[in-house]
Write a protein that binds this ligand. Structure first.
Ligand code: GKR
Ligand code: MG
Length: 421
């Protein structure tokens, strides 16, 4: 069945003021929704990072994809590679971005093709990935330090959300309680690199006390030097399930890995297949955080899982601000990864109110998301909501995510240079 059209819609949706080492999330997060339209009118859905560069890249490959067989994803990938060549992904290794633009552009198109294939065949996407090995995929409570509200910078008023502030250990524990009460998550990740490490160690210790036995992780996105990373790893030896990207680069990670007892995880120093051999040789990570948006789709993510199994590495899943089409794809993938050893990351609780799917948001139960009922991804686009979110994108005048520029409007001297501590 041939592809007749590829529709790319850049959107924006509300995002709370979540802090990280680069700055703070802006009031609107940016994504693109991709629709692959087949000759018989079947439509497959995909979602990926947004902004103008990604939208332009997707539009640039549109003509090359139109006319392909929806089952020929290998040929579609080859054509996208030919159009985009080796140009780097936006931001290179920054916040889990792909090393190559072609991978990030192929990913939502591959997902949309698999969704359409599932609809044609009457099967779920996870069935196309070899079938599920679990009926529901575990996710973690992804905690962030956060301001109480988006400040009133242009006179249109502060934007308050229902989460409250989280700027100290008590605030972090309160946020975890809300998230766990609502969704039942059974492991916790704290985004760190915001405050001096002693304060972040105290937050993890407070979480361990409030949630005894709960697997905990901390991720400062490379904000610590090697000695600081070792100090944190030693201080939290009893608490952490894994330590995520404490420091930048394979060599630094390898040095830390030798000195701490828990595995190191990454979505920053192993972000493409070409990074795996060096990482294995150096022993820099114990757990790779897959992300189909970064690794070039669901099938390449399964290949990554097999490579991790081969080298005795764990596999878990990274996320960035996203909506339900991505969550559905992550869940079909997570259901099909035999060696998925950890609860996956998701930003969905922060953004789900503005989802563009019908009958949304998708609902977690007991910290897991059940595989959506098929066929395909099992989610349907709400065209009115999509149009509203597209209007929000146009009205925002935004082109790219820039957490640093936003924080500097409040704190002009903020320096995000890594390592920070
Ligand atoms: O949403 O601020 C954020 C995170 O810092 C995100 O951008 C990272 O890519 O969640 C991610 C991570 O695990 O590094
Ligand atoms: Mg990370």
């Amino acid at each position: 069945m041939l592809i007749n059209d590829v529709i790319v819609t850049p959107i924006a949706f509300r995002d709370p003021p979540l802090l990280n080492s680069w700055g703070v999330h802006e009031p609107l997060a940016l994504r693109c929704i991709v629709q692959v339209v087949l000759a018989d009118g079947t439509v497959g859905l995909g979602e990926c990072t947004g902004g103008t560069t990604r939208t332009e890249e997707l539009l640039k490959v549109r003509e090359a994809v139109i006319g392909c067989d929806v089952f020929a994803t290998g040929e579609i990938e080859r054509r996208i590679d030919a159009v985009l060549g080796d140009r780097p992904g936006i931001g290179g290794g920054f916040v889990g971005m792909p090393s190559k633009a072609a991978r990030a552009v192929f990913a939502p198109i591959e997902v949309a093709c698999l969704d359409a294939q599932g609809k044609l065949l009457g099967v779920r996407v996870c069935d196309l990935l070899g079938g599920p090995v679990r009926d529901a995929v575990p996710y973690s409570a992804y905690l962030f330090y956060k301001w109480a509200e988006h400040p009133d910078l242009d006179g249109s008023g502060a934007i308050v959300d229902g989460w409250g502030p989280a700027l100290d250990p008590a605030g972090v524990v309160a946020q975890a309680k809300i998230m766990i009460d609502r969704y039942g998550f059974e492991s916790i990740k704290l985004k760190a690199g915001v405050f001096p490490p002693e304060q972040e160690i105290a937050a993890i210790k407070a979480l361990a006390e409030a949630f005894p036995g709960m697997p905990l992780r901390i991720d400062p996105n490379g904000a610590w030097t090697v000695p600081t990373s070792i100090m944190v790893g030693e201080a939290l030896a009893a608490e952490l399930e894994y330590l995520e990207d404490p420091t930048l680069g394979q060599d630094g990670m390898a040095e830390v890995a030798k000195q701490v007892s828990m595995p190191l995880a990454t979505n920053m120093c192993v972000i493409g297949f070409e990074d795996v051999p060096g990482s294995v040789a150096k022993g820099s990570v114990g757990v790779v955080l897959s992300d189909h948006h970064v690794w070039g789709g669901l099938r390449h993510s399964l290949e990554l899982a097999a490579i991790c199994e081969t080298f005795g590495l764990g596999i878990s899943m990274h996320s960035n601000s996203h909506l339900g089409i991505s969550l559905a794809a992550m869940t079909h993938l997570g259901a099909a990864i035999r060696n998925l050893g950890y609860a996956c990351d998701t930003h969905y609780p922060w953004n789900s109110d503005d989802d563009v799917i019908k009958n949304g948001p998708l609902e977690f139960a007991g910290g897991t998301l059940a595989i959506p009922d098929g066929p395909g991804l099992g989610v349907e686009l709400d065209h009115d909501k999509l149009a509203a979110r597209h209007e929000d994108f146009l009205a925002s005048g935004r082109s790219q995510r820039d957490d640093t520029a936003y924080l500097r409007r409040v704190q002009p001297d903020y320096d995000p240079t890594l390592p920070r501590f």
